[in-house]
Design a protein around this ligand. Sequence first.
Ligand SMILES: Cc1cc2nc3c(=O)[nH]c(=O)nc-3n(C[C@H](O)[C@H](O)[C@H](O)COP(=O)(O)OP(=O)(O)OC[C@H]3O[C@@H](n4cnc5c(N)ncnc54)[C@H](O)[C@@H]3O)c2cc1C
Length: 245
Amino acid sequence: MQPSLATQAMLARAVRLGAQLRIAEVTGARYARGRSGGASGRIVGIETNAGPIEADAVVNCAGPWAGEVAALLGTRLDIRPRRGMILVTVPMPQRVFHKVYDADYVGAVGSADAALQTSTVVESTPAGTVLIGSSRERVGFSDALALPALAGIAAKATRLFPFLADTMVLRSYHGFRPYAPDHLPAIGADGGIDGLFHAAGHEGAGIGLAPTTGELVAHAVLGTPAPLDPTPFLPTRAALREEAA
Ligand SMILES: Cc1cc2nc3c(=O)[nH]c(=O)nc-3n(C[C@H](O)[C@H](O)[C@H](O)COP(=O)(O)OP(=O)(O)OC[C@H]3O[C@@H](n4cnc5c(N)ncnc54)[C@H](O)[C@@H]3O)c2cc1C
């Protein structure tokens, strides 16, 4: 699956079903007026750089920025960026037939360490390139080229697939995974602000977990029973509300 194509397809479907797309940066929240005239604990919309938007429900799904957006909306959610780098080879006749992980991957995903960790994930694409990952490090939203991370993933991948040592690398890229300190996503009602929901913190699995997340959010917003127990993912859990270590 190509995530950007999947996103465009789902968006097109939503628009066909009546959704409106507005591209704007969230800058704050709009609250209902309480009996005393002050702001109540119910969100009734958002402020953006393109003007206010009214809403019966607001879902914070800002990925690695979800903690910052939560703060803009007046609440706390401990989601942090976790940078990951990928190497992309030149196109070649197919030699990698399955996505291959090494066992380091499991340890790296579950680690709370902010320092660089590398593990091997190798897969080929329909275009013939081979994607070589992956790294994990918590360095904020740093865009600095990380040679130690690239060297680390290249060294590990060539141990698993020796032919890669003679393969040209076309490019590298990086992204930021949304990291939660207890390694579970935050899905459901905010708990402190009525009408506000979160769907963030899926770390390195947010594409695969998107359909189930959408379903859980829809049930949370509508107040209907979810198809699975949402309790472990509730944003109200202590791990997401404590001050960052
Ligand atoms: C190297 C790498 C490899 C990965 N491999 C996989 C994989 O194989 N499988 C998998 O399932 N997942 C993978 N992931 C993880 C996956 O990319 C994420 O889990 C997923 O993108 C999270 O989706 P999201 O919608 O929560 O956040 P994002 O996709 O990050 O979207 C958040 C959006 O919020 C927007 N935003 C931020 N602030 C504001 C604001 N103030 N106002 C308005 N909008 C705002 C951003 O512009 C962005 O569009 C990988 C990630 C990396 C970095």
